[in-house]
Write a protein that binds this ligand. Structure first.
Ligand code: MN
Length: 246
């Protein structure tokens, strides 16, 4: 199982999540929302097999934390993965949109200058603007659009720009999300949970809950459980091998 977008550091007991992910042989990309979480999250993961960390600065935090982009750029040489970064155009975060755009540009330029990376990218309410920015650096990195919620036309543009996609149980619950997933190239799709922000009843989703996303993808791809899992594992292998740095 693969959870390419999970906020391990934001669960009440992150070490227990890491231990359980290891026990279940679940690959996890632990994205962070601020570069200040890099050191602590690295210690929590403690070289656990198949658990990787992403260096991030979440667009929802940019209003308060824009200046932390300096730390992000400093830590860049240590980071194999970037995320969570991106733009959020929802009403609540609209006021910081110009600042978000500045920060996102700074990050994309720095990542391109340091050889490119696999990047987990947020684009809620801002698919067009996110793609506009990614287009400026197309080919230098491999963006993985997490929980993409743009239009079908924007999805096609993202595919043309070389973007990958991570989809989770919450996205696939709705008709719109399922339709988008159907239109994604099967060799550029990975699973995610976005836990602990996504929930199943009273419980947050855990990395191994990607099983539900595998089930839905299997329906879309008409593959059985093991073929679905093999496809996603193969996609991860390609992403990590070819996604950067180069
Ligand atoms: Mn997230």
């Amino acid at each position: 199982m693969i959870d390419l977008h999970c906020h391990i550091d934001l669960y009440p007991d992150p070490r227990a999540i890491v231990a359980e992910a290891v026990r279940r042989q679940c690959y996890v990309l632990a994205v962070t929302t601020t570069p200040l979480a890099w050191g602590g999250t690295t210690r929590v993961i403690d070289n656990a097999p198949r658990v990787q960390i992403g260096l991030g600065l979440h667009p929802e935090l940019v209003a308060e934390r824009a200046r932390e982009v300096t730390q992000l750029v400093e830590l860049l040489p240590e980071a194999r993965f970037i995320g969570e970064i991106g733009l959020d155009g929802s009403r609540r975060h609209r006021p910081s949109f110009p600042l978000q755009t500045d920060v996102f540009r700074t990050i994309l330029r720095a990542v391109a200058d340091s050889g490119g990376r696999v990047m987990s990218v947020h684009s809620r309410g801002a698919a067009k603007e996110t793609l506009d920015e990614l287009e400026q650096h197309a080919g230098s990195s491999t963006p993985v659009l997490h929980w993409f919620s743009g239009t079908q036309r924007e999805l096609r543009r993202a595919i043309d720009l070389g973007c990958w996609f991570s989809v989770g149980p919450a996205m696939l619950k709705g008709e719109k999300g399922r339709k988008l997933a159907e239109l994604m190239p099967v060799d550029r799709v990975l699973t995610e949970t976005d836990g602990p922000f996504t929930r199943n009843g009273n419980e947050p989703l855990f990395p191994w809950d990607v099983e539900e996303a595998e089930r839905v993808l299997g329906g879309i791809w008409r593959t059985d459980a093991s073929a679905t899992r093999r496809r996603i594992r193969e996609n991860l292998r390609t992403l990590v091998a070819e996604g950067g740095p180069r």
